[in-house]
Design a protein around this ligand. Sequence first.
Ligand code: SF4
Length: 242
Amino acid sequence: MPNYLVVRSSAGELVDGETIREETRAAAATRLGTCRSMTDYPRVARETMERQDRLLAEVQQRYSIRVACSAGCSYCCHGIVTARAHEILFAADVIRKRYTAPRLGAIIERCRERHARIAPLRTAVEQRTVRTACPLLTDGRCGAYEGRPMVCRTHHSMSVDPCRQWLERSDETSHDDHQHQAIFVQGNSVRVGAYAAYESAGFDATLYDLGCALYEALTDPRCARRWKDGKKAFSMVCRALE
Ligand code: SF4
């Protein structure tokens, strides 16, 4: 049984999940310290996400992991999608650059519908039982793949059936139980490390639902300013993990 908490870093030494978390935190903290304007922050988010992608690719190769996920499979894109404000602002940045005005308008409308449906849900149980497509989901694929939040980059399944059942049952079950431990640990080590860096720098540490918060991010420029000032960026709060 391999030790899934141990992977080889790009420098060649063996590192564990805690080390990855700390390295990510330190790297993100350093980069955040160099940001001078709002246009600098997306680069930090992108670098952190690329670090996560790289580590996940490494760990899959190292342990010869074959996940059941494939292009067009999107069961897991139908629940609450947890993200921090900096990830949501990064996704909004990617979306604005990627889409023409009519397509952007269609995404905003889907985000608005989600916001109207989900934002009033106040309890963890209500939010955990949500089964509504992420507004970025288009023909079974992510419409903002390079800007998707870290939870989406880490999430995977070793079997499709539990994901299908999760969507059909609409109860409180989680679809996290069928993940590979190595991917789960490494992906979340990066995520927690990055979150710690933003939190230490004084940025909003609230968890949001991506689609709901995107509606605000794409329609109200004050959200980004609030975030930069260390305030709560969006109105909706994600309680699904409580
Ligand atoms: S952001 Fe993309 S990957 Fe994540 S839930 Fe939405 S459509 Fe799926």
